[in-house]
Design a protein around this ligand. Structure first.
Ligand code: FEO
Length: 408
């Protein structure tokens, strides 16, 4: 527990099993992951340390700003000078930012074990030339009394990304994959309550960070299955460690990548400058709920601008989507246009109902429909009206919702 007024980061150093340590920092300062995605729930960066038989292996690291804290955490277990290997699974700086300082504290003695693609990235990001050991897919190295298999898992989350499998201990260290946002109150998936609290942050993380590469989630999970790894622990670089039920996070990732719906959840997003379109969106929400659906309803208006991260986090496991927007400068009201871009990039195709409105010329339905169908989404119905919805428009909206639910 930190004292009131203590602004130092919360660091957790814990031996998960004999000689294998979690080094976790809780980033309570970050507001926007990748300087894009709003994450009021924050995030953790998890590095791991294996110390055995005179060897010491560091798996990944923390953001640059926490580099000194990581060195202190390592020092609590082993002298940084005694690191024999630093495995860099992924060069994104939330994990590699501490590398230059760690290597400096180590006297550049350790081998940096990584994918050949990572070498020019590390050199160009940090202007350092460490002792690289570049490994091939599924190559095994011996270090700290372990046989570590390095498995290429491209696009989880960048093309160079690898995972480590500790063959004796049966631990998978997958870096970004199988992680999530938030600062879980435990380090392990100890009980159902902790997992239930955490999974919405996994869903949001997958949609925002890896959703664009979702086909690779499926391919890489299949690759792990084909390698017939016996996995007892999954130790990701963000969030909870999976020890009680590692299968759960593998299955959850796969279901998100496939866009499997969470029950009857329907995402409804309305943009409305003066409330006319919002009236129509509320009718759609009412009809969804009357027909037994559950809505995740977001409104862009002159009081609220909901975070895109929340919306697409709810899009990925929705059964269907309703987008409602007025015409704006001969196009789509910009927040909904941007949302449609995000959805078509990051979310598996879903059935969609479009509501469009206009004052003098309607274009929204056509433009949104072209964008969505071009990305494989099925536009079940487009309902466009002038001004505020008339009684006949209300009837069409209710009918459109009914058709949407039938088709999803
Ligand atoms: Fe957690 Fe792709 O970095």
């Amino acid at each position: 527990m930190k004292a009131v007024g203590d602004t130092s980061p919360r660091i957790i150093s814990r031996e998960i099993e004999s000689g294998f340590y979690l080094l976790r920092v809780d980033d309570e300062k970050v507001n926007y992951f990748e300087a894009i995605w709003s994450i009021p729930e924050r995030i953790t960066y998890n590095a791991y340390l294996l110390v055995e038989d005179g060897g010491a292996v560091l798996f990944d690291g923390w953001k640059t700003v926490y580099a000194d804290d990581l060195i202190e955490a390592i020092r609590g277990i082993v002298s940084p000078r005694d690191l024999t290997h630093v495995i860099v699974h992924h060069v994104e700086p939330d994990h590699s930012g501490s590398l230059p300082k760690v290597l400096e504290a180590n006297g550049f003695r350790a081998e940096v074990v990584t994918n050949p693609m990572s070498k020019p990235m590390i050199e160009s990001f940090y202007k350092i030339c460490p002792k690289f050991r570049l490994v091939k897919d599924c190559e095994e190295i011996s270090a700290a009394g372990e046989k570590i298999k390095l498995i290429n898992t491209p696009w989880l989350h960048w093309p160079e990304t690898m995972m480590s499998y500790l063959t004796n201990r049966r631990i998978l260290v997958p870096c970004d994959a199988f992680g999530g946002y938030s600062i879980p109150r435990t380090i392990l998936d100890e009980d159902d309550e902790v997992v239930r609290e955490y999974l919405p942050s996994v869903r949001k993380y997958v949609a925002t960070v890896i959703g664009f590469y979702r086909q690779y989630i499926i391919r890489n999970i299949e690759k792990l299955q084909n390698l017939q790894l016996d996995i007892e622990i999954i130790a990701p670089a963000h969030g909870l460690i999976w020890k009680r039920n590692p299968r759960l996070i593998l299955d959850y990732y796969r279901s998100l990548a496939e866009g499997r719906p969470d029950g009857n959840k329907i995402l409804v997003v309305s943009g409305s400058m003066y409330g006319l379109m919002e009236k129509a969106a509320r009718i759609a929400v009412e009809e969804v709920e009357r027909l037994g659906g559950r809505t995740a309803f977001y409104q862009f208006n002159d009081l609220e601008q909901p975070p895109f991260s929340e919306i697409i986090g709810n899009a990925i496991d929705s059964r269907a989507i309703i987008l409602a927007a007025p015409t704006y400068e001969a196009g789509v009201y910009p927040p909904i246009d941007h949302l449609a871009d995000l959805i078509t990039k990051k979310i598996p195709p879903k059935p969609v109902l479009i509501l469009g409105s206009y004052g003098w010329a309607g274009i929204v339905a056509k433009k949104l429909s072209e964008k969505l169908t071009g990305a494989g989404f099925k536009v079940v119905e487009m309902i466009e009206f002038r001004g505020s919805p008339s009684e006949e428009d209300v009837r069409r909206i209710r009918e459109g919702v009914r058709r949407l639910l039938e088709s999803s």
